[in-house]
Design a protein. Structure first.
Length: 450
């Protein structure tokens, strides 16, 4: 297909989708119609890659703030979120880990013994990164720490950014610490939103062990196994051990400083239940220590910070708030409920609706939108309320396209991985999840009497 057509067809599709959104919301308020058009345009820009993520975010901000459809306070709410500053601090920490050479020391911890094959390397990374999710409560924090280590490991095996081996190692670590963590209550943001909203709206307390027992055997362990099988098949590579060098390099002062700051941040993140300080502010404090260190780090750590990554994160966080205050989220869900006979199709319909909604709102938006509607949905589908709430977990743990999960876009920008490879990995794992893990998860619930 000519390059002009490759760009023209998605652009025409995006304009068509925006036009349809305007027609569908005809008769609604000005704020809702403009918001609907802006959200659909944003999703098309991200999904079709019409422009870069940062440019699409700026366009989204401009449409809503310039039109007055949503107040600036809500449009730019993402910039005041702890998650935004966690990404910023993670970029600073990642730069310090990489520039000091600490990433090479830490990468040696994930390196298998000489003679192990590529599949063994991926398995070791997935297991280690999944265990890491039990220690650090923030997905963005974990990924920003892992990225320089993973890139350092890929470089030890002489993989370039275009190689399958590079993508396999990066995806094993990023997906390994992100996907199974949806089954660990405090490990990912959507989990926390679900737990907090369920208690505040319905008075339903979701316990740590209850949540773990219900979801981790399938959405954690089995999903990790599927991830390993998928990556070894989709991104095959070979490790040539003659190229692999085991070097014993002495520790430098800057590496010790970076390790000390990183260790302090990790301890504070692990003890968040005691001090209740947001991981974002802990990360920001750690970044500040490195930024004011005059000899080895300092302001040079800001030189390679990608503003596009920060714009995307702020926009992804703001989308859910914009949909809430404009009434678009409630409008969409109420119309979906009215159109689909939930009592007839039940659980499959609910899983389809909630999973598909993530294409518009990003993953954290799924519990934000559907927990308040869970009571009505459970009555319409004739299932218990707690079961309805727990059905949101398979939905928001299924990533159809990369832009739904801000940590994945951050990983892509940091590592230089091709968007195509990340999208293939997301769609492949989503297909496996829907076809294999959704039925298996429901069977597991029935087996334990839930």
């Amino acid at each position: 297909m000519p390059s002009v057509l490759r760009k023209l067809i998605p652009a025409v599709a995006a304009v068509t989708c925006v036009f349809i959104s305007i027609l569908i919301t005809d008769g609604q308020g000005y704020e809702l119609r403009v918001t609907a058009a802006a959200v659909v345009l944003l999703v098309c820009c991200w999904g079709f890659r019409l422009v870069s993520e940062g440019v699409a975010a700026v366009l989204f901000f401009l449409i809503l703030a310039g039109s007055g459809a949503v107040t600036a306070k809500h449009v730019f709410v993402g910039f005041s979120s702890p998650a935004f500053w966690l990404v910023f601090s993670g970029l600073v920490l990642g730069k310090a880990i990489a520039s000091s050479g600490l990433s090479n020391h830490l990468a040696s911890l994930l390196s298998p013994k000489r003679g192990a094959n590529y599949a063994a390397v991926l398995a070791r990374i997935i297991v280690a990164s999944t265990l890491f999710a039990f220690l650090v409560p923030s997905a963005l924090g974990r990924i920003m720490i892992l990225l320089p280590i993973l890139t350092g490991l890929a470089e030890r095996y002489r993989f370039s950014k275009e190689d399958n081996g590079y993508a396999g190692i990066l995806l094993a670590g990023v997906f390994g610490t992100y996907l199974p963590a949806f089954a660990i209550l405090p490990a990912n943001l959507p989990n926390i939103i679900l737990s907090g909203a369920a208690e505040s709206v319905y008075g339903i307390h979701i316990g740590y062990m209850e949540y773990l027992l219900l979801h981790f055997p399938v959405l954690g362990l089995v999903k990790g196994l599927l991830l390993w099988c998928f990556l070894t098949w989709m991104f095959p590579a070979q490790i040539v051990f003659s190229q692999y060098e085991e070097e014993r390099v002495p520790w430098k002062t800057e590496q010790k400083i970076a390790l000390l700051v990183l260790g302090a941040a990790l301890c504070c993140w692990m003890l968040d239940s005691l001090h209740s300080i947001s991981p974002g502010w802990i990360g920001l404090g750690a970044a500040l220590v490195l930024l004011v260190e005059p000899k080895y780090f300092g302001q040079k750590l800001l030189a390679d910070i990608k503003i596009e990554t920060l714009l995307f994160i702020a926009c992804a966080i703001s989308v859910g708030e914009v949909m809430r205050v404009s009434g678009l989220g409630e409008y969409l869900t109420s119309n979906i409920i009215a159109q689909i006979p939930l009592q007839k199709y039940g659980v499959p319909a609910l899983l389809g609706i909630t999973t598909g909604t993530g294409l518009l709102t990003s993953l954290p938006g799924i519990p934000s939108m559907f927990v308040p509607l869970a009571g009505e949905l459970s009555r319409a589908a004739d299932i218990p309320l707690k079961s309805m709430l727990m059905l949101l977990v398979p939905a928001f743990s299924t990533i159809l396209l990369p832009y739904q999960a801000p940590p994945l876009i951050v990983a892509m920008h940091y590592s230089g991985m091709a968007y195509r490879k990340l999208a293939v990995a997301c769609m492949g794992m989503a297909l496996l999840t829907i076809v294999i893990l959704f039925p298996l998860d429901l069977f597991w619930w029935k087996l334990i009497g839930f």
